[in-house]
Design a protein around this ligand. Structure first.
Ligand code: HEM
Length: 423
């Protein structure tokens, strides 16, 4: 039984048998407990409230057949992604968070760009080289190092063929990827623009996005802009300028690199790293034979995605899938929960899995220097082990602010409908 029910029982008992003071104190404890939980429960309750004020029906799905059906929808509605993540990712547009024509345009640009990127074998090689490098350093591997290595790997991969002619891959197949050598000379182009100092600043920039996305405080717009400026500068001087109709100053173009390949990985990988360490006993005890099955478990437990959402316009229904409750069900499929499925499924699943395998496997073999929880800030889950009261207050205020704005928006729209009917 959860603490919530225990406190509720004591409360009823106090109400019936004890004096008013006890009742008052217990009520206070209950309210404080509720506040402390909202922080990591930015999921179903506030979302149901949002849908309610919007006048939208809601369905929380738990059965695999309903999950599969819901995943066929390509609209996410006005939920977490639209009301919180879009703003959190600004000044970038987020392919993951947009709907309708914006989403279609970003998706098309992402797929076009991806067809010009180097082979995934090179990505595997670069990830492996970087992890060997940091394991050989005298320092421990903390959250900062993980984010810096992540962005370094992505940038090294994106530009490692800059000296070669731009070529479009027509048929991208994702069979087993073998590491393919990248020579130190191949990295000379990108190394003109980045060094350890720049990686540190890129990491600091990602922290601001992370803070904003996890609703844990006001982000510094200048720091957020820094990452965009650095990467757009490299892209504008690279061979990717020759991709037809690609202007790297256009948010619909730069965002398809910035969000999924630069900012989100810095956030996601360091969160997953905490899970990899937390659940290491499962791997050591050989509960998982395949390394990636173990990683799937860690992602499910510790990746910042807490809720998946879809909207059916025809029935005016918002669907929610709560990952935390589903992974306890016997029917769960970790790959569906971790990367979603259908038209809005993760477009970087293959590349993410290559990263996770080649980066984490050498680390898991020897975790003596692995401290991903150190300096880990602003997680969307409880990966930061940090329960600041100030952050909780900020989160609660922000969430209720959004609910109120949605209420006003829905009322305005209703009035407009009534007025247009009257005319
Ligand atoms: C371990 C790392 C990653 C995990 C666990 C992950 C997971 C996910 C999930 C669950 C979604 C769908 C969200 C939803 O249904 O609401 C998603 C969307 C997406 N992911 Fe990933 N992702 C990862 C890394 C990546 C990487 C490295 C890339 C790109 C290189 C990427 C590109 C995308 C894109 C573009 C979407 C948006 C798809 C759309 O809305 O149409 N992801 N990801």
């Amino acid at each position: 039984m959860s603490w919530f029910y225990i406190i509720l029982l004591i409360e009823v008992f106090a109400f019936l048998y004890l004096r008013f003071l006890y009742f008052f104190l217990l009520t206070l404890a209950l309210i404080l407990y509720g506040f402390s939980q909202i922080r990591y429960s930015l999921k179903i309750l506030p979302l149901l409230l949002i849908s309610y004020v919007q006048g939208v029906k809601t369905e929380v799905v738990t059965e695999l057949k309903d999950i599969k059906k819901m995943m066929q929808l390509n609209d996410k509605g006005r939920g977490v992604e639209c009301l919180f993540s879009q703003e959190g990712f600004s000044p970038m547009l987020s392919l993951e968070s947009e709907n309708g024509p914006n989403w279609e345009r970003l998706r098309e640009n992402y797929l076009t760009f991806f067809s010009y990127t180097p082979s995934l074998g090179k990505f595997a090689f670069i990830a492996n080289q970087e992890v060997k490098r940091i394991l050989a350093l005298p320092d421990n591997i903390d959250s900062i190092q993980i984010s810096k290595s992540t962005v370094k790997i992505f940038l090294s991969w994106l530009f490692c063929e800059n000296h070669l002619k731009l070529e479009k891959k027509e048929n991208i197949t994702f069979s087993k990827v073998e590491p393919e050598e990248v020579r130190p000379d191949d990295l000379k182009f990108v190394e003109q623009f980045v060094n350890d100092d720049v990686f540190t600043k890129l990491y600091e920039s990602s922290l601001e996005y992370r803070k904003h996305l996890a609703i844990k405080g006001k982000a510094d717009p200048a720091k957020k802009q820094y990452a965009v400026d650095v990467v757009v500068d490299i892209l504008s001087k690279s061979k990717y300028t020759s991709i037809p109709n690609f202007n790297w100053k256009d948010p619909f173009i730069f965002s398809i690199v910035m969000q999924p390949m630069i900012i989100s990985p810095m956030i996601n990988i360091s969160d997953i790293a905490v899970g990899v360490k937390r659940h290491k006993d499962l791997y050591n005890k050989k509960d998982y034979k395949e390394f990636l099955d173990y990683i799937d478990y860690c992602i499910m437990k510790n990746h910042p995605f807490v809720v998946l959402e879809r909207y059916n316009k025809e029935t005016n229904t918002q669907f929610y899938l709560e990952i935390d409750t589903c992974h306890r069900a016997s029917t769960f499929d970790p790959t569906i929960l971790n990367y979603a499925m259908g038209p809005r499924a993760c477009l970087g699943r293959v590349i993410a899995r290559i990263f996770l395998e080649h980066f984490f496997q050498p680390i898991v073999e020897d975790m003596t220097k692995f401290y991903p929880e150190v300096n880990h800030l602003y997680s969307g889950r409880d990966n930061d082990d940090n329960m600041s009261f100030q952050e909780t207050i900020y989160q609660v205020t922000k969430i209720f602010g959004v609910i109120f704005k949605e209420y006003l928006r829905a009322r305005r729209e209703n009035n407009q409908i009534i007025e247009s009917k009257d005319n």
